[in-house]
Design a protein around this ligand. Structure first.
Ligand code: CP3
Length: 345
């Protein structure tokens, strides 16, 4: 029926699996001592841009845990660099855009460079990882969704209230839609190139779209997501459509597209799936902070989420957002094992 090599892709297609597949957002990140050792010697962008190193980081969690998918090591913000806005990952500060986009003139001034050339290093990483994985588990590619990319472009960094982003949206709606249409085009071309290079599924990260109410989502985001996800659907790989804080947006996100809808921990997985209906799968939704609890408590939380999925085909187990850097490595192992043990059919 299925094993570790097929479980994840089968679940994305809502086919039955022997166990519930599990992978973790940010599984290739700072909670791993091997990653921190590499980072002591290389900058983050340098790791992303060196295919041999990026492939190695992609494989670190696969060597340690029996997760059912690998996720490409890269970043959603890499596509912004060729636009000429000055992307940096400042120490302790997270990403910074040196020249944020705040006006219609700024939008018009964005450099337009073919993404498959500018980000050829990502495509080479994908090819290397596929060779090294040799079919053991599938490889997930990913991209930022237009709203979340726009939020970094406009704010220039992470944000709490998205004042500049929403100001552009409300004050210069024509410039906003031009920006979103451009980011949607770039996302589609980037995903096309990733699938061409060997990505077997893709996740679109709309991590911060939950800062919008439903009417604003419908007006300022949905048309662009529908167009992008419609184009991506033709590439023939499953698409996971992810956001956080999206409890009020789930039906709209489903209508925008995607085979699997990502859920954070603020929603009940069973209720959310009932709302979404049987034509989509769901991914999630353990609170990343639950990994700081003792292993027996983690196991109970996993059991609760599996019970809410109720054995419906189409559940991909994950956290509701990325693994936090201080997470104990053994607790990550405990989640993965608990999912496989408690979901065995
Ligand atoms: O999930 C994985 O393990 C694959 C690699 C991956 C990274 N970033 C590596 C990374 C993925 C899928 C991302 C996506 C990403 N990047 C998102 C969407 C997911 C989410 O968290 O909501 C966002 C918003 C970004 C932007 C970004 N990149 C931020 C805000 C930061 C700094 C804060 C943080 O979480 O580390 C980054 C840096 C980053 N991206 C790191 C890693 C491993 C840490 C860099 C370091 O080593 O210092």
């Amino acid at each position: 029926m299925s094993d570790a090599s097929t479980r994840f892709l089968r679940a994305c297609r809502r086919e039955p699996t022997d166990r519930t597949p599990v992978w973790l957002m940010r599984q290739a990140g700072r909670f791993l001592p091997e990653y921190r050792a590499l980072r002591a010697r290389h900058g983050f962008l340098e790791l992303c841009k060196t295919p041999a190193l990026a492939a190695e980081v992609t494989l670190l969690p696969i060597r340690r845990f029996p997760v059912d998918a690998a996720i490409l090591f890269a970043d959603i913000l890499l596509v912004l660099e060729p636009m000429g806005v000055g992307l940096e990952f400042a120490k302790g500060d997270g990403p910074v855009i040196a020249r944020p986009v705040r006006t219609g003139a700024d939008v018009a001034g964005l450099a337009r460079v073919p993404v498959d050339t500018a980000l050829a290093f990502v495509l080479e990483t994908i090819a290397r990882v596929r060779t090294e994985l040799a079919g053991r588990v599938p490889l997930i590619g990913f991209a930022g969704a237009p709203f979340t990319l726009a939020s970094y472009l406009v704010e220039g960094r992470g944000s709490r209230h998205y004042v500049h982003t929403k100001s552009l949206m409300y004050r210069e709606p024509a410039a906003w839609h031009t920006l979103m249409a451009h980011l949607a085009d770039v996302t589609v071309e980037y995903v096309r190139a990733q699938v061409g290079a060997g990505a077997q599924a893709v996740q679109l990260f709309d991590s911060w779209v939950g800062c919008l109410g439903p009417d604003d989502y419908r007006e300022y985001v949905l048309p662009h997501m529908r167009r992008a996800l419609g184009a991506i659907a033709a590439f023939g790989v499953p698409v996971i459509h992810f956001g956080t804080g999206t409890g009020a947006l789930l039906e709209l996100m489903r209508d925008a597209g995607g085979d699997v809808i990502g859920l954070d921990w603020r929603v009940d997985l069973g209720d959310a799936w009932d709302r979404l209906g049987p034509r989509v799968g769901v991914q999630g939704n353990l609170d990343p902070v639950a990994l700081f609890a003792p292993p027996d408590a983690i196991r109970r939380q996993v059991a609760r989420i599996l019970a809410r999925a109720g054995g419906r085909p189409g559940h991909v187990f994950n956290l509701g957002h990325g693994v936090l850097p201080e997470t104990p490595v053994e607790h990550v192992a405990a989640v993965v094992d608990a999912v496989h043990e408690l979901s065995a059919r």
